[in-house]
Design a protein around this ligand. Structure first.
Ligand SMILES: [Zn+2]
Length: 265
């Protein structure tokens, strides 16, 4: 299994990161992509990844929540960090659900990162929450760029639209939620085998199917197996099959072989 999205730069992981990585490995997670969410978190993601070069990758980007807070040289910073062996540009996109940054700034920062990814010929790790089709419109103008829409929580029409333009889809523990995850559970079998990936979005989105309920609210990559189990169940596939296809997809998409090689140099 590969966890394609974990916020291991979150302060809740500060004191026990090696244990977290160790537990993930013992539960069958062979790789984890640590997401960069702003300038300093992208730096931190790269730093953390270098501590475990065989197990961790990282992304470099600015999340829409932080689009209002970028410095003047933010794009240079994101480019510099990306060139240290990032697996993707991101996390980037639009979030009109929370609107922590103005929509104008979100669009500007997203657009600049799409252009950067195109220039560097790198894939993009995309966040879309309630953008009402704006993310997909912007992606359509970058047809050459490889995209994974992470933590997909939209409806069937949006899923079909993303699949139509060739996107990969990341599924989190959202699907394990007995209330808000049911719509996603109904449509996840529409994703072709070669476009599906799994992620925890740690420390968020603890799978609600863990029994007994964990003592902590902090989700971590070792819990990826619960996402795999639910995805397998609703797609009517074996867990081994879901494991195999999602691992192969993530390796190909993020070019892990090339990256871990360059990170060791
Ligand atoms: Zn996100």
């Amino acid at each position: 299994m590969i966890d394609i999205g974990a916020n291991l730069t979150d302060k809740s992981f500060k004191n026990d990161l090696s244990e977290v990585v160790g537990r993930a490995i013992s539960e069958g997670v062979e790789h984890i992509v640590v997401t960069g969410t702003n300038e300093s978190a992208s730096h931190d993601a790269a730093k953390i990844a270098k501590l475990f070069p065989d197990r961790l990758g990282f992304t470099s980007g600015v999340h829409p929540h932080h689009a209002d807070d970028v410095t003047e040289e933010w794009l240079d910073t994101i480019r510099t960090v990306a060139l240290r062996g990032a697996a993707a540009i991101g996390e980037t996109g639009l979030d009109y659900f929370r609107n922590f940054s103005t929509q104008a700034n979100q669009r500007k920062v997203f657009q600049a990162q799409l252009e950067l990814a195109a220039t560097l010929e790198m894939p993009v790790f995309v966040h879309d929450r309630d953008s009402n089709g704006e993310v997909i419109d912007m992606l359509r103008k970058h047809a050459q760029t490889e995209v994974v829409v992470h933590c997909f929580t939209g409806d069937g029409d949006l899923l079909d639209a993303y699949l139509d333009i060739g996107c990969h889809i990341g599924i989190t523990g959202w699907i394990c939620d007995p209330h808000r995850g049911t719509e996603l559970a109904d449509i996840v079998s529409r994703i072709p085998d070669e476009r599906l990936m799994l992620e925890t979005d740690s420390p968020f989105l603890m799978p609600k199917t863990i029994d007994p309920k964990p003592q902590t609210r902090r989700n971590e990559p070792m819990n990826l197996k619960y996402v795999r189990r639910k995805v397998a169940e609703v797609r009517n596939q074996t867990e081994a099959h879901v494991d195999h296809i999602t691992t192969e997809n993530a390796k190909r998409f993020f070019r892990f072989e090339e990256i871990s090689h360059s990170m060791r140099e």
